[in-house]
Design a protein around this ligand. Structure first.
Ligand code: ADP
Ligand code: ASP
Ligand code: MG
Length: 424
């Protein structure tokens, strides 16, 4: 007997027929004698619809961005998961399985107070372990918990992955299966590169980079938790026949295992390509070149909760003025410009230029630590396709390149092929 946490994403629970299919996956594990907890997302598209309603309802007159109360945002957007958890519990009951739905506050899944992007702080596993003891399948609403203010808090978009891994860690599950609409983690998003290949295994560190750099197959925080708590996490498909051979394999189910680096025998130099669209570039021209300027620019942006990403500063020619370029999500551009305008005097710059519709394309691989020339290969390949590079940032295991968003697909496919990722 094993203890398994199964998470099903939005497309997997998009309607009642799919929820029935999910229930068959659950039944397979229950019939095999395992203890099972299930985490569900809202039906596909539901959370987007709820977010749009919140924005519409809270649009401030005359403002070009929404100001909304994050606690009420959470009250609204957490509702999608309440529906699917109840529906799956009902479906399981109709199949003769002892199942019950639970909301985040009932477990409770305790979070911090950062409404809209809360972090899980504590889950007392004993509540669920008691349910296992009663032979119950607990169906838990993902994406939500309860904050110190005693209100529902949501975990940021894609947060049900994090709910699942956190629960798996709390109950010391043998496995956490993230069921989605693809059958594993691929070398790049299979939606934009059909030649992408499924990886049998990927290291925690690489998955962390892939997720942070745009591969939304797993929420970043879920990978962090899996890494810290050593949760054996698989990404696999809910669309495969639940009773096909091998689906119930305990140690090696079909899909991609996220694991420690040393479990991966054949290490490639480059493991994957990720991309993030909808980045905006902001350049401050002729900024005073003196200590405290960067703090003066990025401090107020951080206080306004704006996520600044790539930062490039030139060395000034004469030590008096320099240029500073950085990126923010396009949706935050208006807010960022307003913040910069307010601190213009204190920072001391002459001109702000901005551009939306940028994309960041990244090459990821732990093999880069010990291989030279990976970046040069990317630059050459992109230049041969006439793609202009606007900014570059690197770390030990990744290279990120900012380009015009119109070239995203071309850049991803070019990089995917130049590192041989489309070959077996
Ligand atoms: P869910 O609703 O199940 O949480 P998501 O839409 O959040 O599913 O994540 C699955 C999607 O992630 C896939 O449909 C795929 O398009 C996308 N994706 C992006 N990068 C990758 C990748 N490297 N491997 C697999 N899927 C990826
Ligand atoms: N339903 C939430 C979202 O769309 C959480 C999730 O799907 O993981 O972001
Ligand atoms: Mg997701």
């Amino acid at each position: 007997m094993a203890r398994i946490v199964m998470k099903f994403g939005g497309t997997s629970v998009a309607d009642i027929a799919r929820i029935r299919n999910v229930a068959r996956h659950v039944k397979r594990e229950v019939d095999a004698g395992h203890e099972v907890a299930v985490v569900v997302s809202a039906m596909a598209g539901k959370t987007n619809e709820l977010v749009a309603w919140v924005q519409d309802a809270s649009k401030a007159e005359g403002a070009n961005f929404n100001i909304y109360d994050a606690r009420e945002y959470d009250a609204v957007v957490a509702s999608g998961e309440q529906v699917t958890s109840g529906l799956l519990a009902l479906t399981l009951q109709a199949m003769g399985i002892h199942a019950r739905s639970w909301q985040g506050w009932q477990i409770p899944i305790r979070t911090d107070n950062a409404h809209g992007a809360a972090r899980i702080q504590d889950i007392d596993g004993s509540f669920l372990i008691k349910r296992f003891g009663e032979g119950q399948v607990a169906v838990i609403a993902g994406f939500q918990g309860i904050g110190p203010d005693n209100r529902i808090a949501t975990l940021g978009r894609g947060g049900s992955d994090t709910s699942a891994v956190a629960i798996a860690a709390a109950v010391k599950a043998d496995r956490c299966d993230i069921y989605t609409d693809v059958d594993g983690v691929y070398t790049t998003d299979p939606r934009i590169e059909p030649k992408a290949r499924r990886l049998a295994k990927i290291s925690f560190e690489e998955m962390l980079e892939m997720a942070s750099l745009g591969a939304k197959v797993l929420q970043v925080r879920s990978v962090e938790l899996a890494m810290v708590h050593k949760v054996r996490t698989f990404v696999r498909s809910s669309f495969e026949d639940p009773d096909a051979p091998g689906m119930g394999d305990l140690l090696n189910p079909p899909g991609t295992l996220i694991c420690d680096e040393d479990e991966i025998v054949e290490q490639q130099v480059v493991t994957g390509i990720a991309y993030a669209k909808d980045e905006a570039q902001i350049s401050l021209r002729r900024v005073a070149d003196r200590p405290g300027v960067a703090a003066g620019i990025f401090g107020p942006l951080a206080e306004a909760n704006i996520n600044v990403d790539m930062i490039v500063q030139n060395i000034s020619e004469d030590g008096s003025r320099t240029d500073m370029t950085f990126t923010v999500p396009s949706s935050d551009l208006g807010k960022a410009l307003a913040v910069l305008d307010r601190s213009r005097e204190t920072i001391g710059f002459e001109l702000v230029q901005h551009d939306t519709g940028m994309a960041k394309v990244s090459v990821i691989g732990i093999g880069m630590r010990s291989h030279a020339g990976v970046a040069a290969t990317a630059f050459k390949a992109l230049s041969e396709k006439g793609i202009n590079i606007r900014a570059i940032t690197t770390s030990e295991i990744k290279i990120s390149i900012l380009i015009d968003g119109a070239y995203t697909e071309l850049a991803v496919r070019t990089l995917h092929s130049v590192y041989g990722l489309d070959k077996q």
